[in-house]
Ligand binder design. Structure first.
Ligand SMILES: *Cc1c(COP(=O)(O)O)cnc(C)c1O
Length: 361
């Protein structure tokens, strides 16, 4: 490495993000349960919209995303003027860090929180501050104790990945109320649609000027490959984020497919119901085999093993059966495996394989 040409401080502290594995050497037909993808893919309406965009690929996309923002606003009962759309919710997280944190500032998140918070904080030279959880659940008092006048952003995924746990709206409101005046609370709602009747924190955003919500089309909408997310916040925040957003950050294909997807709430409801059914089935089946998990509110469960060796051995055994789940050592949970809720056949395969691993049948 040249000693003259150096990146900004913080950049070399970033550990490269490793996505969920998709292949096993020597196995042709794998079942991928490592990235919390929707086993049913996107809705037919979204796929049809994708096909239609082929006719306009020579045109630049719109810059204001008005149609998509209007659709999101209508479906969720929000103010379209306070929505910003991005290349996955990852881009909204990036914008928030770029806009609100820099050297000497602190960015707070929890012990088993999403890895992108640390990466995005380090990328802007800010100091990541990790707060202990209690029983794999965010602890509002511990978060508040970690905040000071240098704290600029506090990230909480609710429900959280990879734990699947969530905290109550009252706890979130208490956190927002007690933050230092310079700090913005970011509620990452990547899995909000899996929680029946939960607004992802939208009403708290409306009630306050220090809360932002991020959402994604990558999970229940089954569009992770297309990269679309959005944020909802107070006007002053959205105005700031729009200044750093590239005018053409989203393609016409992304915009049109997302609009069709968000308008198909029947599909979302069907996926939510099926996920809940198979999630409780799989959690119950694994618990009977001596592999417990916390009650998950998302589209995966965090299976806990007796120790790291057993988790690693089970992971290897599952891979031998073509079943790819997620090791979560980088989330400080080396004795756990995160298993995405697939379709019924995949869930049965996982339960069967874990039973074989445990020597039950
Ligand atoms: C999957 C996930 C996201 C989604 O990221 P995208 O960039 O929208 O694909 C965001 N936050 C958490 C906690 C996630 O697990």
């Amino acid at each position: 490495m040249s000693d003259q040409i150096r990146p900004q401080p913080g950049i070399l502290d970033i550990a490269l993000y490793e996505g969920g594995k998709a292949h096993v050497a020597g196995v042709a037909n794998v079942v991928k349960l490592s990235s919390n993808e929707n086993p049913f893919g996107p809705s037919d309406k979204a796929k049809e919209a994708f096909g239609r965009t082929i006719h306009s690929l020579h045109r630049y996309p719109v810059t204001d995303h008005a149609d998509l923002r209007t659709a999101i606003a209508e479906v969720h009962g929000l103010d379209a003027g306070r929505i910003i759309c991005g290349v996955g919710s990852d881009e909204i997280i990036t914008f928030l860090c770029q806009a609100y944190a820099g050297p000497r500032d602190e960015v707070v998140f929890t012990e088993h929180g999403f890895l992108m918070y640390r990466i995005s904080a380090l990328a802007v030279g800010a100091t990541p501050v990790e707060v202990a959880e209690r029983e794999r659940t965010a602890d509002v008092d511990a978060i508040l104790a970690a905040c000071n006048r240098r704290t600029k952003l506090v990230f909480i995924a609710n429900p959280n990945n990879p734990t699947g746990t969530m905290i109550s709206a009252a706890e979130i409101a208490r956190l927002a109320e007690a933050l230092p005046p310079e700090a913005l609370l970011v509620l990452d709602g990547a899995y909000a649609e899996y929680v029946e009747g939960y607004d992802g924190g939208a009403s708290l955003v409306d009630a306050r000027d220090n809360v932002v919500m991020t959402r994604t089309f990558s999970k229940i909408y089954g569009l992770g490959g297309l990269r679309i997310g959005w944020g909802y916040g107070p006007r002053h925040v959205i105005d700031v984020l729009n200044r750093i957003r590239g005018p053409f950050n989203l393609s016409t294909t992304q915009l049109d497919v997302a609009e069709a997807a968000v308008r198909d709430q029947d599909f979302v409801a069907k996926c939510r119901t099926e996920n809940a059914r198979m999630r409780s089935w799989l959690a119950g089946a694994l618990a009977e085999l001596g592999v417990p998990s916390d009650t998950s509110m998302a589209n995966f469960i965090l299976a806990r093993f007796a120790n790291v060796a057993e988790a690693e051995a089970c992971d290897a055994f599952l891979q031998g059966q073509g079943l790819i789940v997620r090791r979560v050592a980088s989330y400080k949970l080396p004795h756990c495996l995160r298993i995405t809720i697939g379709d019924e056949a995949s869930c049965r395969q996982v339960a069967h394989a874990v039973a074989q691993f445990k020597g039950v049948k």
